[in-house]
Design a protein around this ligand. Structure first.
Ligand SMILES: [Fe+2]
Length: 107
C-alpha cells in the first residue's frame, strides 16, 4: 500500500519558504495554492497514467521511479485531473478535443 502525506509544508518552515520562492520565481499570483505532498510507494508500485490540472515538481528523495510520458492531445488546459481508464469528469467532458485514451501510446 502506498502512503500519501498532504500539506507537509505545514510542519516545515523550510518547505514553506521554498514553496514561496518557487511561486515568486515563476511570477505566479500570491493566491496560488502551493503545497508539498509526500508519497511513500512500495517497490514496483505506482499510479495509473493520468494528467493533473496543476503544475507539479517532483523531488525524488529515495529509490527509483520510472516515468512514462505522452503528449496530451485530448484536452488543452484541463481544469481537473483525469486518470486513464476512468470516467471523464462531467465538466472536463464539455471541453475535451477528442475521447480520452484507454492506454498509453506505443511510442
Ligand atoms: Fe499527478
Amino acid at each position: 500500500m502506498g502512503l500519501l502525506f498532504k500539506d507537509v509544508q505545514i510542519l516545515s518552515p523550510l518547505l514553506q519558504e521554498q514553496l514561496e520562492q518557487i511561486r515568486q520565481s515563476l511570477s505566479f499570483s500570491a493566491l496560488t495554492v502551493s503545497r508539498c505532498l509526500v508519497y511513500a510507494t512500495p517497490d514496483g508500485k505506482g499510479t495509473a497514467p493520468h494528467f493533473d490540472q496543476n503544475i507539479n515538481f517532483v523531488l525524488q528523495v529515495r529509490g527509483t521511479k520510472k516515468w512514462s510520458l505522452a503528449e496530451n492531445t485530448h484536452v488543452t488546459h484541463p481544469l481537473t485531473r483525469h486518470t486513464m481508464g476512468q470516467p471523464t469528469d462531467p465538466e472536463l467532458s464539455t471541453y475535451i478535443d477528442s475521447p480520452m485514451p484507454n492506454m498509453m501510446p506505443k511510442d
